[in-house]
Design a binder for this molecule. Structure first.
Ligand code: VG1
Ligand code: CO
Length: 543
C-alpha cells in the first residue's frame, strides 16, 4: 500500500450544475475525470485532513468503482474517517441524514438522480456540506475554480476495500465504517410519523403500490411500507436496485412511470400509489383515478402537516422554487406564515431550513422535503400522504377536491424540450430577455401581462445573490409562464417551460389541465417563438 501523487491537467467543463456534476458515465470513467473533480472538492473545502465524511450513491453503473477511488483519495489526503453505506449504497436523503446524525464534515453522493444509468448513460458526483445539504454556490464555485487549476492529486495504491458487510475497517490509517444504508433512515421516519396509525390504515384493507423503478428506494420502501406498516407483500414493485435501472428512466412522472399511472386509471387501481427516482429524493403521488401534480402535493402537505407528530406544532414557514406553482403561497397565507421563493435546486433551501425560517419546502419537479434532512425526500413525502389519508380517511381525489374548494386551483404543467441545440437555446433565452421591458400591458389569448422579469434571488440569511434564474411572464389573472434552461442534463440544452393558471370559480375546478392551460401554452409559443427557434413541434416530455 503506497500513497502516490499523480500528475494531471485541468479538464474542461467540470462545473457543478443544479445538483452536482453530471456527465456521461464514459466521461467519468476516462482517465483523471473523477479524480480531478474529487481532488477539487478537497481543495474547495480546505482539504479533508482529520475530517469525517459520508459516502454512498444510488447504485448506478460505476457507483462501486467510483466509491473505491474516493475512499483511496480520502485516505491519501488524511481524512480521519469515512462512513459508507454497505456496497456503497445510500439514498440521497439517507446520506443527508447520516451526515447530520454523525456530525460529519460533509459527504459525497454518487448519483445522476433521475437521469438514466449505465455505461452509455449518466453518472454524477455531488458534495454535501456539514448541514447535510447540497453545497451552496459559494462552494460549488470554488470547486469549479479548483478544477481549472489542478496539477496533481493524491491516492493510495491498494486492493479494493470489501464493502459488502457492515462493520469497521481501515485504509492507510483512515477508519472506514460500513453501515446498513436503511436502518438509520427508518429510525428517523419512526420519529417523524405515527407508524401505529399508518399500520391501522393498512389493517382496514387499504391498498398501495410503490414503484421503486429499480432504483435506490426499493430496500427502504420494503422495510417501511411492507415490513413496518403492514402493506401487502408485493406492494413495492421494481424493488431490486439495478445498475442500469432495468434500462428505465428513473424519473417518477407520468411519462417515465406510465405503467403506474395506467394502473391507477384502471379498474384494478389501488387506493394510493407512488414512485421515487434514481436516488430516492423525488416522489410522484397518485390516487385512484388521479395524478397529483407536485405543486399541489406540496400545498396539500403544507395544509395538513400538523397531522404528523413532528409537525404537530405547526410550520415556521415554507419555501418553494420559483417555477413551482403558487398553490403553496395560498396555504401559507391562510396559515399566517412566510413563504419564500428560491431559485431551482435544493441547495437554495439549506439556509432557510438551517435558520428555522422554513420547515417545509418543495419543487415542481417532484421534490418535497422538510427540516428533518437537507435534501428532498421521496419516501418521507409518501409517508406524509399516508398520514393525511390515515387521519382523514378520505380518498386522494377527495382530498384534492376539498383543497381546491378552499384555496382555488393552480392548473400546472411543465413542457420540456430536450436535446435542443445549445446555441439555439441561448438565442431563445436572449430573445426573451430583450422583450422583457416591453411585455407588460400586452394581451395574449385573453391574458394580459402584468409584469415580466428575470428572476434573481437574494438569500435573506447570508445575503448571497443568484442571478439569471429564469424568465418570468406574469399575467394579471394569476397565470404565469416561466422559461429556463436545465442544469442537470448531459447533452445539448433542455428548455423547460413552466405553465400555470389560477381559478377559484367552483365550476372551473375540475377541468382537464390541458383545457385550462391551452391559452397559456399558445402564449408561451407566441412570446418565445419555441417552434420557430427550436424547430420542434411540441415538447418531448410533458408533466
Ligand atoms: C432539475 C429540477 C430541479 C431539481 C434538480 C435536481 O433541475 O428542475 O427542480 O432540483 O433537477 O433534482 P434542472 O436544472 O434540470 O431543471 V434530482 O432528483 O435530479 O437531484
Ligand atoms: Co433525485
Amino acid at each position: 500500500m503506497e500513497r502516490i501523487t499523480i500528475k494531471t491537467t485541468p479538464i474542461d467543463g467540470q462545473k457543478p450544475g443544479t445538483s452536482g456534476l453530471r456527465a456521461k458515465t464514459r466521461t467519468y470513467m476516462a482517465p483523471h475525470y473523477l479524480e480531478n473533480f474529487v481532488a477539487s472538492i478537497w481543495t474547495a473545502i480546505g482539504g479533508v485532513e482529520g475530517k469525517t465524511l459520508v459516502l454512498g450513491g444510488d447504485g448506478r453503473y460505476f457507483n462501486d468503482r467510483a466509491a473505491q477511488v474516493i475512499l483511496r483519495m480520502a485516505a491519501a489526503s488524511g481524512a480521519a474517517k469515512v462512513i459508507v453505506g454497505q456496497n456503497a449504497i445510500l439514498s440521497t436523503p439517507a446520506a443527508s441524514n447520516l451526515i447530520r446524525q454523525r456530525k460529519a464534515d460533509g459527504g459525497i453522493i454518487l448519483s445522476a438522480s433521475h437521469n438514466p444509468g449505465g455505461i452509455d448513460d449518466d453518472f454524477g458526483v455531488k458534495f454535501n456540506a456539514a448541514n447535510g445539504g447540497p453545497a451552496p454556490e459559494k462552494i460549488t464555485d470554488a470547486i469549479f475554480a479548483a478544477t481549472k487549476e489542478i496539477e496533481s492529486y493524491h491516492i493510495i495504491e491498494t486492493q479494493d476495500i470489501d464493502l459488502s458487510s457492515t462493520g469497521m475497517t481501515e485504509l492507510a490509517g483512515m477508519q472506514i465504517e460500513i453501515v446498513d444504508p436503511v436502518a438509520d433512515y427508518v429510525a428517523m421516519m419512526e420519529e417523524i410519523f405515527d407508524f401505529k396509525s399508518l399500520h391501522d390504515l393498512f389493517k382496514t384493507g387499504f391498498t398501495m403500490r410503490f414503484d421503486a423503478m429499480h432504483a435506490v428506494t426499493g430496500p427502504y420502501a420494503k422495510a417501511i411500507f411492507e415490513d413496518r406498516l403492514g402493506a401487502q407483500t408485493g406492494s413495492v414493485i421494481n424493488a431490486t436496485p439495478l445498475p442500469d435501472f432495468g434500462k428505465g428512466h428513473p424519473d417518477p412522472n407520468p411519462i417515465w412511470a406510465k405503467p403506474l399511472v395506467d394502473l391507477v386509471m384502471s379498474s384494478d387501481a389501488p387506493d394510493f400509489a407512488a414512485a421515487s427516482d434514481g436516488d430516492g429524493d423525488r416522489n410522484m403521488i397518485l390516487g385512484r383515478g388521479i395524478y397529483v401534480t407536485p405543486s399541489d402535493s406540496l400545498a396539500v402537505i403544507a395544509a395538513n402537516a400538523h397531522l404528523a407528530p413532528a409537525y404537530a406544532e405547526g410550520l415556521s414557514g415554507v419555501a418553494r422554487s420559483m417555477p413551482t406553482s403558487s398553490a403553496l403561497d395560498r396555504v401559507a397565507e391562510a396559515l399566517g406564515i412566510d413563504c419564500y421563493e428560491t431559485p431551482t435546486g435544493w441547495k437554495f433551501f439549506g439556509n432557510l431550513l438551517d435558520a428555522g425560517r422554513a420547515t417545509l419546502c418543495g419543487e415542481e419537479s417532484a421534490g418535497t422535503g422538510s427540516d428533518h434532512v437537507r435534501e428532498k425526500d421521496g419516501v418521507w413525502a409518501v409517508l406524509m400522504w399516508l398520514t393525511i389519508l390515515a387521519k382523514t380517511r378520505k380518498s386522494v381525489a377527495d382530498i384534492l377536491a376539498d383543497h381546491w374548494k378552499t384555496y382555488g386551483r393552480n392548473y400546472y404543467s411543465r413542457h420540456d424540450y430536450e436535446g435542443v441545440d445549445k446555441d439555439d437555446a441561448i438565442d431563445l433565452m436572449d430573445g426573451l430577455r430583450r422583450q422583457l421591458p416591453n411585455l407588460a400591458g400586452h394581451s395574449f389569448y385573453g391574458h394580459t401581462v402584468a409584469k415580466a422579469d428575470e428572476f434573481s434571488y437574494l438569500d435573506p440569511v447570508d445575503g448571497s445573490e443568484a442571478e439569471g434564474q429564469g424568465i418570468r411572464v406574469m399575467f394579471d389573472d394569476g397565470a404565469r409562464i416561466v422559461f429556463r434552461l436545465s442544469g442537470t442534463g448531459t447533452v445539448g440544452a433542455t428548455l423547460r417551460v413552466y405553465l400555470e393558471s389560477y381559478t377559484h370559480r367552483e365550476d372551473q375546478l375540475a377541468w382537464e389541465p390541458g383545457r385550462a392551460l391551452s391559452n397559456i401554452v399558445a402564449a408561451a409559443d407566441d412570446i418565445a417563438g419555441i417552434k420557430q427557434r427550436t424547430g420542434r413541434n411540441g415538447p418531448d416530455v410533458t408533466t
